[in-house]
Design a protein around this ligand. Sequence first.
Ligand code: PLP
Length: 404
Amino acid sequence: MRFIKNKLSFDKKNVENLAKKFGTPLYCYSHNKIKSNILELKKYFQSFSPLICFAVKSNTNIKILKEIKKFNLGADVVSIGELLKALKAGIKAKKIVFSGVGKTSSELDYAIKQNILLINAESKSEILEIEKIAKKKKKIVDIGVRLNPNTDAQTLSQISTGKKENKFGVGEKVFLQLVKYINKSKNLNLKCLSVHIGSQILNHKPYQRMLKVVDKIIRKSKYKFEYIDLGGGMGIDYDHNNSKLNLEKYSLDIKKFIKTHKVKIIFEPGRSIIGDSAILITKIIYIKEGDKKDFIILDVAMNDLMRPALYGAKHKIIPLRKVSKKSKKSYEFVGPICESTDTFSIVKNYQKLNEGDFLAICDVGAYGMSLASNYNVRPKPMEILIKNSKIQILNKRQKISDLI
Ligand code: PLP
């Protein structure tokens, strides 16, 4: 993304032309960026060739899933809906892992029928349910157990999942009991220890600590795991100041770990593959002048991009046309919805904006459209993909008539 003659260009397309052609709000993805993100992960992890399972929850668009599948990625799913979508996108069952604390009996039944690679169970009750279904089907089901390593991921509390107060996984004591139980079961085959300590992790140290805990527990269990699923969580540079996770350091720690434990590594990245591959284009409906700040009222709202309202996440907002004149007052970018949390950010020294101007909200590919809703009976935005300099429609704009 860069300015050419003061006009924003995204994957070599003039963004204002896209806004005028397709209307706003408009999610616009770059295939080049998705590709380079996947290749980057593969490059850093190539020495131990992990199975990379894309976290479908981060972006559930089936055309995106089909593109991701072409790079031989698997999928990490958390519901039967996601599982069906991943299979429909052509992702092989033997490359799909199923996570989540509350998989229902019918979801487990379907996953078992499909012979997916692993069901990563998160409680004793879930393991008993899997065993019950497996017995009925006279099958041996491959499972993982998710460990809660009680490790602080040093990220937003709302997306932290690896501390003992979080609902995810089981603690050390229960984990060790479950290993013994599964070992004796005729219908369960324990193949994997899984962990996922959180999302948008920028510092490799929490991962280092997590690996230490995993190392200790494998030793205590004396069990030979075939897979260690390290989850996702690799953070991206939302602030545009080179603050993404150092993959080299993370990779080095994993290499050391593998020297001791000869296991195959699984990753479940979502954000690091799709997060910075998309912008959300919006138009200014009104500018409301205030004493200390002006409100820039956008045609994008929390229903289109939920992250700021949900957990105070910040996304850079950039104008599609650069001008040198600055606003004297701060700007607060807000949506039109009647909720005080329908606000995106407050900025100082922004360039002077006018009603009708277009803006791009950056890095919205992950947990953007997948969290979108029809709140306020607002139709969901359109999604397009730039691939090989051509535009593909990923999803048409919902019509209001579809919602009535
Ligand atoms: N795996 C699990 C179990 C998750 O809960 C999540 C996200 O919350 C992910 C993978 C993907 O995380 P990220 O998008 O940060 O890579």
